[in-house]
Design a protein around this ligand. Structure first.
Ligand code: PMP
Length: 355
């Protein structure tokens, strides 16, 4: 029978109403033999990542509290996805937006934010995430801008409690859910989801992952903080890693909640190159297009399956789309020109050949 779809049964008043309600999709070809993995594909959000949720909530919470005035400029330090989400929200609501971003993050991210109307101020990569954060605080103070503060604001984990976690509860209602696997950037996803799972699905184990060569949580070394909860300095366990959007060079206050309240059961580090490999496999063998952090979270989910009881069900977050990584190592080896096999196929019939 021909596939038929019926629409969403409603009209949307603006793009922001389409944030959230992302699908959980079963893995069929590359999963483990003894367990079932589902992925929650955050690329279905309108600006392509999990951070659309937080961007919307930060702005709406600040509007409600009066912290953000009509037409006031918004500023944020971001590795990209929060900036893209904020650019969408600020465009729809009419706020000017300034983004500070380390020069090391992918060029696509800068261009996407600028395309959505934001100004992007680049910071030196040597000064890491901490440097970009300090620059943001300095600019916000000097110009009287509203700082979105994704690493500290309660609006971050709250939106995951109220949307991401609720979606999981609904979609797994009456179904097994043995493990929930997530990495962290700000920690909003894991902190918000664990608030709900701990109460409503206490048997679900929460697995946190981070880059093996930047294992901040694994190091056990506490983060020094300012009075406002921001980082007082960079964390000594950090090293450059390829998982963009994961693990800045400090432990965010938002993540600290999950660390302090037993918001996870096990910490499983993954190597960055494994994330790249699994992202490629998800694309080629499942048709699921996600970025490096999605691949890295999936790598952790595969490790979980190694020791999971038979028949286990694992849910793995896929935070964004792979399209955001065309200029990064994720696409190394993906050529623009035809390879030998493609050339041979072209020549296998006489018509329409490139010279
Ligand atoms: N992956 C990517 C690509 C991200 O941009 C982010 C957020 N910075 C995350 C994972 C982690 O999400 P969270 O901030 O909720 O911990």
């Amino acid at each position: 029978m021909t596939r038929q779809t019926n629409g969403r049964g409603r009209l949307f008043d603006n793009i922001l109403e389409t944030v959230g309600d992302t699908p959980c999709i079963r893995i069929n070809n590359i999963g483990p033999a003894n367990a079932t993995i589902y992925v929650k594909a955050e690329a279905f959000n309108p600006a392509g990542s999990v951070k659309d949720r937080l961007a919307l909530n930060i702005i709406e919470a600040a509007e409600a509290s009066g912290e953000l005035q009509p037409g006031q400029t918004v500023i944020e330090a971001t590795s990209g996805n929060t900036g893209i989400g904020l650019a969408m929200v600020c465009a729809a609501k009419g706020y000017p937006l300034i983004i500070t971003m380390a020069e090391s993050f992918s060029v696509e991210r800068r261009k996407l934010m600028r395309f959505l109307g934001a100004k992007v101020i680049l910071t030196p990569k040597e000064q890491k995430a901490f440097g970009m954060y300090e620059k943001t605080v300095e600019l916000a103070k000097k110009h009287g801008w509203f700082m979105a503060s994704q690493f500290e604001t309660p609006a971050n984990a709250d939106i995951h409690e109220n949307t991401t976690a609720r979606e999981i509860m609904t979609d797994f209602d009456g179904e097994r859910l043995d493990y929930f696997v997530s990495g962290y950037g700000t920690g909003g996803t894991v902190a918000g989801v664990s608030r709900v799972l701990r109460k409503e699905r206490p048997d679900t184990k929460i697995i946190l992952t981070e880059p093996a060569n930047a294992a901040l949580v694994g190091s056990g070394e506490a983060q020094e903080r300012t009075a406002a909860g921001g980082p007082a300095r960079g964390h000594s366990a950090w090293a450059p890693h390829p998982v963009q959007g994961w693990t800045p060079d400090f432990i965010p206050l938002v993540l600290q909640e999950a660390l302090d309240n037993e918001g996870y059961d096990e910490l499983l580090p993954v190597a960055g190159p494994d994330g790249i490999e699994w992202s490629k496999k998800l694309a080629r063998q499942e048709g699921i297009f996600t970025g490096i952090s999605g691949g890295a979270t999936f790598a952790a989910a595969m490790k979980v399956a190694e020791t999971a009881p038979d028949g286990s069900v694992i849910l793995c977050m896929l935070p964004d789309t792979g399209e955001r990584y065309l200029s990064t190592p994720l696409f190394d080896g993906v050529a623009a020109d035809m390879d030998d096999e493609e050339l041979e196929l072209m020549r296998s019939t006489p018509g329409c050949q490139l010279g």
